[in-house]
Design a protein around this ligand. Sequence first.
Ligand SMILES: Cc1cc2nc3c(=O)[nH]c(=O)nc-3n(C[C@H](O)[C@H](O)[C@H](O)COP(=O)(O)OP(=O)(O)OC[C@H]3O[C@@H](n4cnc5c(N)ncnc54)[C@H](O)[C@@H]3O)c2cc1C
Length: 385
Amino acid sequence: MEYFLTEEQEMIKELARQVAEEKILPVRAELDEKEEFPNEIMKIIAQSDFFGLFIPEEYGGLGKGSLELAIAVEELSRACLGVSTTFAANALGTFPILLFGTDDQKKKYLPDIATGKRLVAFALTEANAGSDAAGVQTTAKLDGNEYVLNGTKQWITNGGEAEIYTVIAKTEKGKGARGTSAFIVEKGTPGFSFGKKENKMGIRASVTRELIFENCRIPRENLISKQGRGFIIAMKTLDSSRTGVGAQGVGVAQGAFEAATSYAKGRYQFGQPVISFQAIQHLLADMATQIEAARSLVYSVSRFIDSGAKDVTKESAMAKVFATDVAMKVTVDAVQVMGGAGYMKEYPVEKMMRDAKILQIFEGTNQIQRNVIGQALIKETVKKK
Ligand SMILES: Cc1cc2nc3c(=O)[nH]c(=O)nc-3n(C[C@H](O)[C@H](O)[C@H](O)COP(=O)(O)OP(=O)(O)OC[C@H]3O[C@@H](n4cnc5c(N)ncnc54)[C@H](O)[C@@H]3O)c2cc1C
């Protein structure tokens, strides 16, 4: 289908596909098997200027928007969701600085992020604060000109590998969401260490790790925006990043669809290629239709964000929930189309099916996305009365 991309967007797509096919595809199974962080690939992604895509030109980036980021994420995800998660989590961690940081913070951090010199992570989740993100227990107390952080963050993508961390912590007890604030913490700060590395079902090329803060002192100027704005910063960050998760869904679904179609053309049973059976054609037809629908929604919402729209919460939740449900369904069906071969590690779809599951869980589960959409619908109905 024609998505009316500009010449520049087509070039980004082509370059991302080239990187994915030449550099990621040949090593994706090994990275998955060994649970290895894709250091070399990150260097290539940096050389291709992808880290700078969504960073304004004045801070050393290319000054592009959500759509360009989604296009790059989609193409990387078509080859490997573990690699694309590492790349996308970097954007997630950068959004608090980009959207709410002071000019000094932007000048200090964004140029190195744009060149890929320093990787970023976003740290919200804790053992007792998953979907209930306002329940974070990590504390940040002002002491003179420093904040002192104590607590443990759980399941943080890029944990240990990133150099810069945007961290949500509690600054005032008893105030719930309004008692949280956002901070920038650099790797190497005394009192900041890394704990357990997770052994995961999928996206095994990405690293997921605990962050431990023990009397970790950071300068007061590392507070992002104002004290008490942590929850809003986290929610606005997720509004901006969820189209990226949707793009991951479109990419992995596309990869699985292509692998299944090609296999079905070459696999003969009962004297004919299995793609000639209507049962298989219908599966593939539904997969192709769902992928186009998901891509259309992800691109439209990305364009909506890039238009400068103020409130994108409902739409970005819709893009995330729809495209990631499609990713799960399509990858499961791709295994079905390929029969026993689909279940074997010799083919990529078993990895894609394992990888796709995380998209329905992180950056807010798909149940939570439906809650978000539902709340927005209630608000809209009240406004219209
Ligand atoms: C591989 C991986 C990488 C991650 N990376 C990061 C990261 O980089 N940074 C970060 O901060 N976090 C990260 N996370 C955390 C992730 O965002 C959370 O796992 C997610 O938000 C869900 O929280 P939870 O796992 O605690 O589930 P829970 O909140 O315990 O939910 C359990 C179940 O209950 C449902 N549920 C909970 N509350 C409701 C409700 N109100 N209504 C309906 N259903 C509900 C959920 O949908 C889910 O099905 C990562 C997680 C994983 C697994």
